[in-house]
Ligand binder design. Structure first.
Ligand code: 5GP
Length: 190
């Protein structure tokens, strides 16, 4: 019998460390794949098309929406982000688990379409720490940071709709905690 993979949705405010956690999980688990999202934002230095994101024009993004090719999509701080439905279906059918690392509105869209998806909300130790992290990252302008911080309250308001909440304080402890959640969920209904 071919066992289907499990869908893990890693979400939470910008700057909380989702990307770092996901990178570490993927390094340690060959059977977990990552969905490469589509976005209309410009690549940051060092980002590669098809690796970090599929970078698209607004017109192309709109055509993906119109053709129902996205399982979820959202506007976030002036840009659009979305996840290909076909990729999600294919990876899970092949029996691999799949991580999508997305913002909160998209995570909840997935939950309503796929109630069996496991939603994990990553929290910073505090809002001050989140602000420091975004500033230290130096990938966004002050204006963009302000926009991202302005929506944190509305993101927090939705965190109880997630299956798990994880405070990303010490990285090694957070990786272990996330890995424990994933392993536990993988073997439920196995
Ligand atoms: P960034 O511009 O920093 O790469 O991403 C901004 C936010 O968009 C992050 O919270 C990131 O997780 C989220 N994001 C990335 N890909 C997707 C996606 O496919 N769908 C949604 N809804 N959010 C995404």
């Amino acid at each position: 019998m071919n066992k289907k993979g499990k869908l893990f949705v890693i979400s939470g405010p910008s700057g909380v460390g989702k990307g770092t956690l996901v990178t570490e999980i993927l390094k340690r688990n060959q059977n977990i794949k990552l969905s490469v999202s589509v976005t209309t934002r410009f690549p940051r230095p060092g980002e590669k098309d098809g690796v970090n994101y599929h970078f698209l024009t607004k017109e192309k993004f709109q055509s993906l929406i119109d053709n129902n090719e996205l399982i979820e999509w959202a506007q976030f701080a002036d840009n659009y982000y979305g996840t290909y439905e076909k990729v999600v279906n294919e990876v899970l059918e092949q029996g691999y688990d799949l991580i999508v690392e997305i913002e909160v509105q998209g995570a909840l869209q997935i939950k309503s379409k796929r109630p069996d998806a496991v939603l994990i909300f990553i929290l910073p130790p505090s809002i001050e720490e989140l602000k420091d992290r975004l500033e230290r990252r130096r990938t966004e302008t002050a204006e963009v940071i302000a926009k991202r911080l302005a929506i944190v309250d509305s993101e927090y308001a939705k965190k109880d709709r997630f299956n798990y909440q994880l405070i990303n304080d010490r990285l090694d402890a957070s990786i272990e905690e996330l890995e424990n959640i994933i392993n536990k969920e993988r073997f439920i209904n196995a």
